[in-house]
Design a protein around this ligand. Structure first.
Ligand code: PDD
Length: 280
């Protein structure tokens, strides 16, 4: 069955969801996006995603394409029109469509599109088994805090992971892990959860933010600092977070087994805590 997608104010069957070849998202990757999870037909961490969206828009000097109320109504409508029980909503805003010229076009409306993708997020077999990651050099630009659609480096990293039989690639810069191609990276050592501090070097994950809140509530110790691949190989546990995977255990890094090749207890507890909140 065809999905209903959203294009600049209209809900249309996906075959009819089209934008111009002059769209600046297409020509310059001049745009930003958000991916919001849906569980039991409800948006997960929506406010955090919208806060980040507002920040991304400000940082690339792009105006809101509609009011915040309209954007929320669109998200809810998309869930309803697609009978989405579990999965996510992808939304993208670009600087609109104009003849090719690097500087900002004048008097052009931003492009806003959205679509849904159904996916088992709660009963995900990958989360029971745990997944593997490889490390790759971080070749991205210097403003990774902006959720830009300029994703060629993550595409190449994810493809390298796929070709190595891995689920995700952890990117490494100056000898330290920055983050995954589409997720934040964590290790657990002696009961302590370690993840890189927020800066321009990584995206401030909404799942990361929720995890910090839950961990603090439940007395799980967190340390914000960068770690090396060697530290990760020797860790007790490892995991990643994203709206598309929630808390995903990692059992192998660069073909080295982590934590005996099983999802660890701290990771499992954090995943359960996250799911409990998302489902209620
Ligand atoms: N990616 N880091 C990067 C580089 C990401 O692309 C993402 C999300 C995250 C995690 O952020 P959050 O917890 O807010 O999803 C971290 C989305 C899911 C994607 O590109 O599909």
């Amino acid at each position: 069955m065809s999905r209903v997608v959203y294009v600049n104010g209209s809900y249309v069957p996906e075959e009819q969801g089209k934008i111009s070849i002059f769209d600046r998202g297409f020509l310059f990757a001049d745009g930003i996006y958000e991916v919001t999870a849906v569980v039991k037909g409800k948006l997960v961490d929506y406010d955090a995603h919208m806060e980040r969206l507002e920040r991304s828009l400000r940082e690339i000097r792009l105006e809101w394409p509609c009011s915040k109320e309209e954007l929320k109504a669109m998200h809810l409508d998309m869930v309803k029109r697609n009978s989405l029980d579990e999965g996510w909503i992808y939304m993208q805003i670009t600087r609109g469509s104009a003849d090719r010229d690097f500087k900002f076009p004048k008097g052009v409306k931003p492009t806003l599109i959205a679509f849904t993708q159904a996916k088992k997020l709660v009963d995900n077999p990958d989360a029971v088994r745990g997944v593997s990651v490889i490390t790759v050099p971080d070749i991205r630009w210097a403003r990774r805090d902006i959720k830009s659609v300029m994703l060629l480096a993550p595409v190449l990293g994810k493809q390298a992971a796929y070709e190595a039989g891995a689920f995700e690639a952890w990117m490494v810069e100056d000898g330290k892990v920055t983050e995954g191609t589409s997720s934040n990276a964590y290790i657990v050592k002696d009961g302590k959860v370690i993840t890189r501090e927020l800066s321009n070097s990584i995206l401030a994950g909404c799942t990361r933010r929720a995890l910090f809140r839950l961990a603090k509530e439940k007395g799980v110790t967190l340390e914000e600092r960068a770690f090396t691949p060697d530290e990760a190989y020797a860790a007790d546990e490892a995991f990643l977070t994203s709206a598309s995977n929630f808390v995903m255990p990692i059992v192998e890094i660069d073909s080295k087994r982590v934590g005996g090749g099983q999802p660890g207890p701290v990771t499992r507890k954090l995943r359960e805590m996250f799911l409990e909140e998302a489902m209620n």
